[in-house]
Design a protein around this ligand. Structure first.
Ligand SMILES: Nc1nc2c(ncn2[C@@H]2O[C@H](COP(=O)(O)OP(=O)(O)OP(=O)(O)O)[C@@H](O)[C@H]2O)c(=O)[nH]1
Ligand SMILES: [Mg+2]
Length: 448
């Protein structure tokens, strides 16, 4: 028999594990033939659910009772003929259904992200929508869900395609400059074109210079615990997670590696890192720990500088971190006998007093963190880039547009516009797509 299996794919599209119902999705030209081979007869009407017995070899023993749905091309998720088999959840049922599908020789198991990739290839969604879908499936917090849904809905695609449309329009003018002499063109055309490009340039800049809110919401808002050795950074991390994640000891210089945990604060995903205490390191390993701590401090969206309420010494490296952009946490409140003997602080700093030992003040700390994150992220109304991929392409477009006004010849100006167009087109997948497809769909799991 000729190999017909490469065309049609199937996979479990619902979650794995025990479930009342599991959904097996089939996509491709042989979707209907496959249903018939499993004994589904007559085929249900398009988009109407029908209950059928599934049989191996069409007339063999019954495998399960399933609810069958058909979505003929092009009105389906992938744009191809799609069938859904709602079978009973459970390993044995699924194993038997998969065996029976495979025995028909009509379909092969799907690769990760293959359904969505087909949807993209058939023009059902653009790349930003595909990314939004992957994020929606992976979303763990409410903010992640909202951001992903908006991207899936097309806010980014609309924005970038809108910019592209304006550039295509301007491209016409840029090319007119090449083909016609100044006398033949309306007066002021060049200046007007350049002004419109400058406006677009400014809009793109505005879109990418804002804080990385999209990335923070999607991958977690990065917060780092910093401070001198022994002030209780690791103890605070453990208390906040109510788990024994980091080693705590009275030896100064205990933590070396960066330890990272995840929290959900007010519906936002947060990555909290514990770092090595900052001081003049006594050996190479500690020095590497301090270097990593400094790196984290650089990358963090928020720094928690931890001080010991009973120790007034403050290494210079730590003092330098105390600005009005950080939150100062004074630990070991339980050791205070009514008198603060920790480091002196600038007047404008309002520290939070906590005890990792007794848990006092930790609720206040969490409340302050949640408020801070809300203030920084909840205001997201404008579309946000959510990936470095978007930022890189936008920066490339912008760099090219910035060159237009200075271009020595109209040909060069037109080429700059063309480069910008290609960069924008890559985000939604309009151009140069082969190289980026694998990066985008790599993040998907099977059945999506
Ligand atoms: N009394 C009291 N002791 C604390 C408190 N927090 C931490 N400690 C103690 O302080 C010592 C140092 O705590 P760690 O959490 O290891 O401090 P660290 O800042 O992570 O230290 P390094 O990893 O060495 O930089 C340990 O003996 C803890 O038990 C607190 O709130 N009260
Ligand atoms: Mg530590």
């Amino acid at each position: 028999m000729a190999d017909t299996s490469t065309d049609t794919i199937y996979a479990l599209s619902s979650g794995a594990g025990l479930a009342g119902v599991s959904v097996v999705r089939v996509s491709g030209a042989y979707a209907d033939a496959l249903l018939t081979s499993l004994g589904v007869s007559p085929l249900p009407e398009a988009r109407y659910a029908a209950l059928h017995k599934l049989r191996s070899d069409g007339d063999g023993p019954v495998i399960d009772q399933a609810l069958i749905l058909r979505f003929p091309a092009p009105g389906s998720f992938t744009g191809e003929d799609v069938a859904e088999l709602h079978v009973h959840g459970g390993r044995a049922v699924l194993a038997a259904v998969f065996d029976a599908i495979s025995a028909t020789g009509l379909a092969r198991h799907a690769e990760p992200g293959e359904f969505t990739r087909r949807a993209f290839e058939n023009g059902k969604l653009d790349l930003t929508a595909a990314e939004g879908l992957a994020d929606l499936v992976a979303a763990q917090t409410d903010a992640q869900r909202r951001l992903a849904l908006r991207q899936y809905d097309g806010v980014l695609a609309d924005l970038y395609e809108g910019w592209r449309a304006r550039l295509i329009d301007l491209m016409g003018y840029a090319e007119a400059e090449i083909d016609f002499s100044d006398e033949e063109l309306p007066e002021g055309l060049k200046a007007a074109t350049e002004a419109r490009i400058a406006v677009l340039n400014a809009e793109i800049t505005q879109h990418i210079v804002v804080e990385k809110q999209g990335e923070y919401i999607r991958s977690g808002f990065p917060i780092v615990l910093l401070g001198a050795p022994n002030v209780g950074k690791s103890s605070i991390l453990n208390s906040l997670t109510k788990r024994d994640v980091a080693i705590v000891s009275e030896v100064a210089g205990t933590t070396r590696d960066v330890i990272e945990i995840h929290l959900n604060l007010g519906g936002f995903s947060v990555t909290l890192s514990d770092t090595a205490g900052m001081r003049e390191a006594s050996n190479a390993i500690e020095a590497e720990g301090v270097r990593r701590a400094e790196q984290r401090a650089q990358d963090a969206a928020l720094r928690l500088v931890v001080l010991d309420a009973t120790d007034s010494t403050l290494p210079e490296k730590v003092r330098a971190l105390i600005t009005d952009e950080c939150i100062v946490v004074v630990n070991k409140a339980d050791l205070l006998n009514g008198k603060y003997t920790g480091p002196e602080l600038p007047d404008e700093i309002v520290p939070i007093l906590v005890s990792a030992e007794t848990g006092a003040g930790l609720e206040d700390l969490l409340a302050r963190l949640t408020g801070h994150i809300r203030d920084r992220l909840e205001t997201f109304e404008a579309p946000l880039p959510t990936r470095q991929r978007h930022r890189d392409a936008l920066a490339e477009a912008n760099a090219a547009l910035a060159n237009v006004a200075d271009a020595a010849y109209p040909e060069l100006a037109a080429e700059d516009v063309r480069v910008a167009l290609r960069a924008l087109g890559r985000i939604t997948g309009r151009v140069d797509i082969d190289e980026i497809l694998d990066t985008v769909f790599r993040d998907f799991c099977i059945g999506k």
